[in-house]
Design a protein around this ligand. Structure first.
Ligand code: ZN
Length: 390
């Protein structure tokens, strides 16, 4: 049996989409204007499922990133198996309902052995296989991961589980020596790397440059993903332009996290923020860097809002970085899929029918209000309910 969706805006043209079984059987051009826009199901390259939904019991008393880190630290005593399963389960349900198809979640890891959240998330990811792909990335401070007594043990386990090695880099002492050890571990185990880097506005935060240099030296093109790089918004323009060119040359991708950065950067509690901490996304992409957008934190001390919804993240990115959303759909679909080592999603005749439709004649109308009607199609099956995004 065929299912037809007519008057759909796909890659800039109005078309009728015909599905047969699990695949797209035909795409026919139409001359009328569209009623809905179509995109492949989104992929989020950067979330924190271990921290999620703790906002109500765990509030930052100090502003900014380090206040949130402190508050989160105190909550870790509550991370029992039941607590983790319930919070992560709620997050994955929400992501699935919003049409997400894959997520990479960082998991805090500050001891030699894998933390409980790593195991629980691994088990839960198995349960979601086929519906939502969940990839894990360890998140350890650079001081610890770059320590020869700790790093090898963590990298061993990450490699055994076939996951991603990650760390938090921010104006560390002996930064080159420690980063060199992290790259050596990734080399030894053929691991992908993911860095939280330069999540602050100090112009001397230049870990991103050092990661770019090491990526080029090791020939890790396409294997290294950085997140944040907020200080690229405050450093001298000529220096930033050089760094951006080097990142494009080395093949380092960058995830920009507009929600958490807008919430945490230049935050003092009682003064209106002036500096917003967004990496220069237009310049990065123009130079050839793969720029991705991620949710980062959802309902935790780092960011009290959010809903595992990449379309909402794209709306926030469009507003904060003044983007034309239609031209940036790849930053929440094919771009993150490639960085996660997954097949980039595509909507063409013969491909699996995995896509989202949002009511609107064009992308501006579709993103005008979060209440625009959506339909999620997975393997040719239309979502049970036509939901209204909250
Ligand atoms: Zn993060």
């Amino acid at each position: 049996m065929n299912t037809e969706f007519s008057h759909v805006l796909l890659n800039g043209s109005t078309v009728a989409l015909t599905l047969r079984g699990e695949r797209i059987a035909a795409i026919e051009p139409l001359s009328e204007s569209a009623r809905e826009v179509a995109m492949p199901l989104p992929v989020d390259p950067h979330v924190h499922l271990d921290k999620t939904f703790t906002a109500r019991r765990c509030r930052s008393t100090k502003p900014g990133l380090f206040g949130a880190i402190e508050a989160m630290q105190e909550d870790i005593a509550n991370w029992s198996e039941d607590d983790l399963r319930s919070r992560i389960g709620r997050a994955l349900d929400e992501a699935s309902e919003n049409g997400m198809t894959a997520l990479r979640s960082h998991v805090d890891w500050n001891e030699p052995q894998a933390p409980l959240a790593w195991h629980i998330l691994g088990e839960m990811a198995q349960g979601w296989r086929g519906r939502l792909h969940v990839q894990r990335a360890s998140l350890t401070s650079l001081d610890l991961l770059g320590d020869p007594d700790y790093g090898p043990c963590i990298a061993d386990r990450v490699a055994k589980d076939g996951e991603v090695l990650g760390c938090f880099v921010y104006r560390n002492s002996r930064i080159d020596e420690r980063l060199a050890r992290v790259f050596a571990l990734a080399d030894r185990h053929s691991l992908r790397l993911d860095f939280h880097v330069d999540e602050g506005l100090e112009a001397d935060a230049n870990g991103f440059d050092r990661i770019v240099t090491l990526t080029a030296r090791h020939g890790f093109r396409g294997r290294v993903l950085c997140g944040h790089a907020c200080s690229l918004s405050t450093r001298p323009e000529t220096e930033v332009a050089r760094t951006i060119d080097a990142a494009a040359e080395a093949g380092v991708a960058l995830t920009v996290l507009p929600t958490a950065n807008l919430w945490l950067q230049d935050s003092s509690g009682d003064r209106t923020p002036r500096m917003r901490g967004l990496a220069p996304v237009h310049e990065l992409r123009a130079a050839g860097v793969s720029v991705l957008f991620g949710s980062d934190n959802v309902a935790d001390p780092f960011y009290p809002f959010g809903s595992y919804d990449s379309v909402e993240v794209l709306r926030m990115a469009s507003l904060s970085a003044q983007l034309d959303p239609e031209g940036w759909l790849d930053s929440i679909t094919a771009g993150p899929a490639r960085s996660m080592g997954l097949e980039p999603p595509e909507l063409a005749v013969g491909t699996p029918a995995n896509f989202m439709l949002i009511e609107g004649r064009d992308w501006n109308e579709a993103l005008r209000s979060p209440r625009a009607r959506r339909q999620i199609v997975r393997m040719g099956r239309v979502g049970q309910e036509e939901r209204r995004a909250a």
